[in-house]
Design a protein around this ligand. Structure first.
Ligand code: GH3
Ligand code: MG
Length: 447
């Protein structure tokens, strides 16, 4: 049932229209334009029947007032006229009136005209929403639902033309082919979608994200301040690392980013794209897992040093974890998470020459010599390790008699000190046994 409002100063006409239309529509009546506007403002109708000749106004004035109040936009109006005045009718049509009905009404003609206008409006609306859907789809990448490169290009060019400068960051996933080959394309697709969400979360309110295609994404950051841009990019790395420590399939990949800032590096999408692409190439050539800013004296052969993300980030990441804030001593994880953290650290030390050690701690005692069983003693070893190491060191149970530890940013002197003086001492205190029952194997972490 559609809502039809009739505005006419003639009570008889109002009554007639109501009788004819109320069989199929919900009808409301107004005797003046003011009354009509009040009705429309309260509850928008699907169609208005408006009398052409009313005291103090003609149909044209009525239309103009409806337009001023913004009520007219998508509500069709049929004019009700007593006599034919083709000049006025033309003016009304030009103002957007849909149709005319002439008094006295022939009920079926009135019903038919009203229905035709309603149907036409409904199909226009349907068409408009389909068009909006098609446009929306053509602006988005179907897999990630991010904006696609074509839409991003038009938005960025428009922003730049309006003097809204910003930074263009081109992001390419590292070793994505390996991810596909190892885990399959379905997981590969999942990873792409996950990275899309992660980028959106990092950039939210500071710019927008789009998919350039394949394993490449773009960010347009609404700032030309290098420090602020860098902060956004570093946050992206931070978010990625949080995910990579949680998910196997991300732990062997990383991100490389090339950044260009307008207007210095380019004043159009195409120019920024080219500059960011060069900077990305540089980040890749410098060993991946890093970002690089374009600069004017930058050439393909420039020895650009990518500014890399480092181990401190992982330390901070681990420290920030809710569960570790409640836990004292070493960060204990299961073996799979340990592997992922290890992969991450391996990548970092390769790039930054920071020091990290892998330590295997073995409880070397014959089972029969242990009162209460080996497992009870392993619990003491666990305790001795946990209370001896720092909160951002990471450990896991490796076997029935072994623990694996990763010690971040250590030099060998302090490592020896930690092992000799602390773990063994704690073990002795806890068990009353000899500390040298614990055997340590220390390995450098390097790729
Ligand atoms: P690099 O570290 O140098 O960036 O190498 P890469 O292995 O990441 O490979 P590259 O960037 O050169 O190529 C991207 C690869 O990503 C190619 C293709 O196998 C894969 N890829 C592209 N689009 C999709 C996609 O929609 N889904 C999946 N699963 N894989 C894709
Ligand atoms: Mg790639």
């Amino acid at each position: 049932m559609s809502k039809v409002y009739i505005c006419d100063d003639d009570k008889l006409v109002l009554m007639m229209v109501e009788r004819i239309l109320s069989k199929v529509h919900e009808v409301k009546k107004a005797m003046t334009i003011d009354e009509l506007i009040k009705l429309v403002a309260d509850d928008k109708p699907d169609l208005i029947l408006l009398d052409f000749q009313m005291p103090g106004s003609n149909g044209l004035d009525g239309i103009k007032r409806l337009k001023e109040g913004n009520y007219f936009a998508d509500v069709p109006v049929i004019m009700v006229t007593g006599e034919r005045d083709s000049e006025l009718e033309i003016k009304c049509l030009n103002e957007g009136v849909e149709d005319f009905v002439h008094k006295p009404f022939v009920p079926d003609v009135l019903l038919t005209r009203v229905q035709m206008v309603l149907d036409r409006k409904a199909s226009e609306k349907d068409m408009q929403s389909k068009m909006a859907e098609v446009i929306d789809r053509s602006n988005h990448d179907p897999m990630t639902e991010l904006f696609n490169r074509f839409y991003a290009e038009s938005v960025i060019d428009e922003k730049l033309a309006n003097g809204e400068n910003g930074a263009f960051a081109m992001i390419d996933l590292d070793n994505f082919k390996y991810l596909n080959d190892t885990y399959g394309h379905v997981i590969g697709d999942e990873a792409i979608c996950e990275i899309a969400r992660l980028l959106e979360a990092s950039v939210s309110g500071k710019g927008f994200v789009f998919r350039l295609g394949g394993d490449e994404f773009g960010l347009f950051i609404d700032s030309t301040d290098r420090g602020r841009v860098e902060k956004v990019v570093v946050d992206v790395f931070g978010e990625y690392n949080v995910e990579a420590v949680k998910k196997d399939y991300l732990s062997n990949s990383s991100l490389s980013v090339g950044i260009a800032i307008s207007p210095e590096d380019g004043e159009s999408y195409a120019a920024l794209y080219a500059a960011a692409d060069k900077a990305l190439y540089c980040a890749k050539r410098n060993g991946k897992n890093g970002y690089c800013f374009y600069s004017v004296d930058f050439t393909d052969t420039s020895d650009c040093r990518a500014e890399v993300v480092n181990i401190e980030q992982l330390q901070k990441l681990i420290e920030d974890r809710k569960e570790i804030r409640e836990q004292t001593g070493i960060y204990k994880v299961d073996y799979r998470e340990f592997q992922r953290i290890y992969n991450y650290i391996e990548r970092c030390v390769e790039r930054t020459h920071q020091k990290a050690k892998l330590v295997m701690v073995t409880l070397s005692v014959a089972d029969e010599t242990i009162e209460g069983g080996k497992e009870e003693l392993m619990k003491m070893v666990d305790k001795a390790i946990a209370t001896s190491l720092r909160r951002n060191d990471v450990g896991t149970r490796y076997s029935s008699s072994q623990f694996l530890l990763v010690l971040i940013d250590v030099d060998s002197i302090s490592l020896e000190n930690v092992i000799e003086n602390r773990i063994k001492d704690h073990y002795e205190e806890l068990t009353g046994r000899r500390g040298d029952e614990l055997v340590f194997e220390i390995m450098d972490i390097k790729k």
